[in-house]
Design a binder for this molecule. Structure first.
Ligand code: TXA
Ligand code: MG
Length: 349
């Protein structure tokens, strides 16, 4: 039986003991909910993979209480310290050379490890109480839309875990940005996320190269037997059941002609009153940060609504729009693959 816990002090202490004993706890972060275990305990981490049905070639992120603890698990180059000062606690993950204390299972036997210091106050209290690095992937079955509320976690993993710590809805609502710092002079963006690429480049004072999976969905299909050296290399990810078609611009004229079993997802509130029942939008004013924070909840809601097809509008490729588009493209990948197009999803209109 799953229990959803309110974040009271003695509950946090109790859940810290569960983690210290090798158990699993679903935890709130500012990006998405995570499924956490002691990141130094291989048996505990193995349970994460089993519960999520996640392949063990997909490495986990270690969550730390503060940047001072990074050297316990990884080499921390000067450029990493600079990014930490600018963005931690917050939605940035760094890939660094690991230390032997990190089990191979966490890193899929790679010589590097992904680390981040989250900013959610409840998660920070839990990290302080358990005094462990917590390995935590998103708390969803592998390949499905990430959870941004405790209810989402219960809906998809409730039958398989005992503890969900409720920290309210996630404020960022898309996963962390992942930057590879294995070569400190040549940082590479592995996944666009909560920290915009432009902000990273401003702090680094140089352009950041886009890794194989960070640019488009059609690159970087990984073989199943290889470690995932970049996140989300399996193209289809974050996928709801509903078919998704992507549009560069979604016009109200097009959306008005949709049959009732097809839905339209706009970036901003369309100027039609009252809006048809099968229309949704991500932000009243089209704000990219707000839009990204609502994406996963809206995808879940539309999926549960039983729509056959969702027509979704892509955001401009800047700021949080990059992460938003990345998640939309991955959610839609089944469609692009089925169509055998592999081309620009904007051409689907
Ligand atoms: O916002 C987030 O990052 C959330 C919350 C819970 O912190 N976590 C999250 O974890 O998104 P997950 O497991 O869904 O995605 C982690 C990604 C994986 O796709 C994995 O391939 C990549 O990080 N990753 C982990 N270790 C890596 C490494 N050593 N080198 C390259 N990529 C790595
Ligand atoms: Mg995930």
């Amino acid at each position: 039986m799953v229990t959803v816990h309110r974040p009271l002090d003695d509950v946090i202490r109790q859940l810290a003991e569960v983690l210290r004993g090798g158990g699993l706890v679903a935890v709130p972060t500012e990006t998405v909910y995570g499924l956490a275990a002691d990141g130094t305990n291989a048996a505990a981490c193995r349970r994460i993979f089993e519960v999520k049905e996640r392949p063990t070639n997909d490495p986990l992120i270690l969550h730390l209480h503060d940047a001072e603890r990074v050297p316990q698990v990884a080499e921390f180059p000067e450029v990493g310290r600079r990014l930490a000062a600018a963005f931690w606690p917050g939605p940035l993950t760094m890939v660094l050379w690991k230390r032997p204390v990190v089990p191979d299972l966490v890193t899929a036997a790679l010589a590097s490890v992904a680390v981040r210091v989250p900013s959610h106050p409840v998660m920070l209290r839990l990290l302080a109480a358990c005094e462990l690095p917590l390995a935590a992937p998103s708390a969803n079955p592998f390949g499905y839309v990430s959870p941004t509320t405790a209810e989402h976690v219960v809906a998809s993993l409730g039958g398989r875990i005992e503890h969900v710590l409720d920290g309210g809805p996630c404020s960022i609502g898309v996963e962390s940005t992942i930057v590879d710092l294995r070569r400190p002079d040549e940082p590479v963006l592995l996944r666009p996320g909560g920290v915009p690429l432009e902000d990273l480049e401003a702090v680094l004072g140089r352009p950041v190269a886009l890794g194989p999976a960070a640019g488009t969905t059609t690159h970087g299909m990984a073989r199943d037997d290889e470690a995932q050296t970049a996140p989300g290399q399996m193209t289809r990810h974050y996928s709801p059941r509903t078919l998704i078609r992507l549009h560069g611009t979604l016009t109200t004229a097009f959306a008005s002609r949709l049959p009732p079993d097809e839905a339209a997802l706009f970036l901003a509130r369309p100027p039609v009153e009252p809006p048809p029942r099968n229309w949704r939008w991500l932000s009243d004013g089209g704000d990219l940060r707000e839009a990204a924070s609502h994406l996963f909840a809206v995808l879940r809601e539309l999926d549960a609504g039983g729509y056959a097809t969702l027509h979704a509008e892509l955001a401009p490729d800047r700021g949080l729009g990059r992460a938003l588009n990345d998640r939309l493209r991955r959610a839609a990948a089944r469609e692009s693959l089925a169509a055998g197009s592999g081309g620009d999803p904007r051409s689907l209109l």
